[in-house]
Write a protein that binds this ligand. Sequence first.
Ligand code: IMP
Length: 197
Amino acid sequence: MKINEIIFASHNKGKIAEITEMLKPLRIAVKSALDMELPDVEETGSTFAENSLLKSKTIAELTGIACIADDSGLCVDALNGAPGVYSARYAPDRDFNRGMDKLLAEMAASGNQSRKAHFSCVISLAYPNGEYNLFEGRVDGQIAPEKMCGPDGFGYDPLFIPDGYDCSFAQMGKEAKNKISHRGRAMNLLKAYLETM
Ligand code: IMP
């Protein structure tokens, strides 16, 4: 089934910008749920895959257009994988500056010395007929002892140092981040899939 247009079920401007950039080389028109004033589907699942599918399936059924959605988050070893699927809600009032302070405080209080963490992302592609595909990406790294801010980035980017780098996601530039990020990896799998259609 050839796809000519796709909806990205997100209201997050940072993610919309990243995904639009990544899908540019494909001749598929991308519209976002934000542009189309579609509802923000509640993430009530307990895994990234469940939440991703909740969003893509709902919007695909509602609009009759193929829909992609992602769910992603930061999993910190010292916090037994938290905040995980709760990454967005973990930040008080969705203020990630405070969310990062909370994360550093909870890591310090945990007594666990590990700084290991990973970002995970599951992208789902849902069709109006109920069929779907899943694409998963992950990037491993360390939580910095303090925020390492830079010109780019959103969410927990200033705290995440990917393995093999000494700068944070916020400092490395969008293009470099997209190449190695959890979302970039999941997107590459989605792109490879769409290219075969
Ligand atoms: P959701 O995927 O929209 O549920 O959001 C997950 C949350 O995880 C976001 O609001 C961010 O706080 C965080 N997150 C996901 N991906 C990234 C990333 O690439 N950088 C920083 N934070 C991220």
